[in-house]
Every structure is written in structure tokens, then in C-alpha cells.
Design a protein around this ligand. Sequence first.
Ligand code: GLP
Length: 243
Amino acid sequence: MKVIVRDNYDEVSKEASRLVEEKIRENDELVLGLATGATPLGLYENLIDSYKTRGISYENVKTINLDEYLGLDKNHPASYHAFMFETFFKHIDIELNNTYIPDGVPASAEEECLRYEAVIDHVGPVDLQILGIGTNGHIGFNEPGTDPNSLTHVVELNASTIENNAHFFQSIDEVPTHAITIGIQSILKSDQVILLASGKSKAKAVKTLLESERNVNPDFPASYLWTHDDVTIIVDKDAYQLV
Ligand code: GLP
């Protein structure tokens, strides 16, 4: 696991966008694994900027998102479909047909999980997976206790996750209780992983992650990243407090 420490959130976002741009320059048919949440917003802004000013094109790029809330239609403003469209996709030249996000209102959630895992295998494998981290160590929506062999599945969200994500909704009561997330095994299928973390609220999770090399365990799902051979974490000084 490679660790890059930068002064602040803007520098973390710059470093992340530099790495993504380099990958797209190397391979214009890149398959990018994308995350939602507040952390990647700066990365997406920089990528929009490099598309507009330096012509980095997404015409042939494909994206596969980590997760979606169960029960939210893609037109719901707090759905991850809407989040990705508003914060990234509508500003670049990507074909929406090449962007994949689990369906939040499937006829059968079980079938949707199987369908989405097949997307990961057939559209992917993901060349570069972007991750954030939950304060409890979740990646995607893989909450503590998740089986390391898990593929795309339905999860019940932890109370802390619901609380942390409530700011994207009008009130905490509107946050869905369940989601569809790609599994830990699905994440580990990616060729390369970049995890971003910023701010004091993530310091404990980053410390636990860095200390979990010899203690890879389901109570801290991000620890499974130690079993992958190409993971870079990019953190700011606030999130990197090891004492
Ligand atoms: C959400 C997402 C994760 C994200 C995490 C951290 O629950 N499902 O993919 O990494 O929260 O979010 P934030 O970046 O807002 O702290």
C-alpha cells in the first residue's frame, strides 16, 4: 500500500486527478470505478476542468459506480445516479450508456445484484477504482462484518452511515435503510485502487487502515485492501494523524 500525504483537501484532489488523467492518456478506453460522497467532489471538479481546458476526453471511457440506495429512483435528487450526473457526467463528453450504477428500484434486488456483478466482469475489469472510506472503515457500502468474498449484494446501512450521509437529504428520516453495493471481492477485482481521505473526521479510520496490515478483518472492511497489490491512499494532513 502506497501512502501519499498532501497538505490539504485541494492537494489531495489534485494528486488524484493527476493520476486519473495519466491513466486516461495511457488508455482512452479506461474503465473507471467511481465513488460518491463528499470526498471525490474535488477530484470530479478537477477532471471536469481538465476535460474543458486540456481536452481529456471521456468519449470511450466507461465508468462503474460502487453503489446505490435501495428505494431511490434515479430521478431522486439524493440518488447516486443524480449525484454522478450533476457533479460529473453532465459536464464531460461521456456517453451515459457507458456509465453503470446499480438500479435503486429493481423488480428483484437479488437479480439486480447478479446483473451488476456481470457488468463488473464483462464491462470491466475496472482498471482504476476510486474509493472513499466511511468513518467505520466501510468501502462502497460494505459495512463492518461484510464477508471478504462478497460480490454485489444488498446491505442494511449502519446507524453511523445513515447519520453521516444525512446531509445529502432533507432530513435523516429520508435516508434509505438499505443499499446495493458491489462487494469486497468485487472491489478487489480492480487492477488498481486509489483511496481518498480528507479531514480530521477520517483520521481514526485512516490510522486503523494503516495499522491493519497484520490484522485484516471483517470488522474493518477497508483492511482487505492490504490483500491487493496495487493500492494507493491519498490523504491530507488532517486525516493522517498516526499518534
Ligand atoms: C458513503 C459511500 C462511500 C463513501 C463514504 C464516505 O457511504 N457509499 O462510497 O466512500 O460514504 O463518504 P464521504 O466522502 O462523504 O465522507
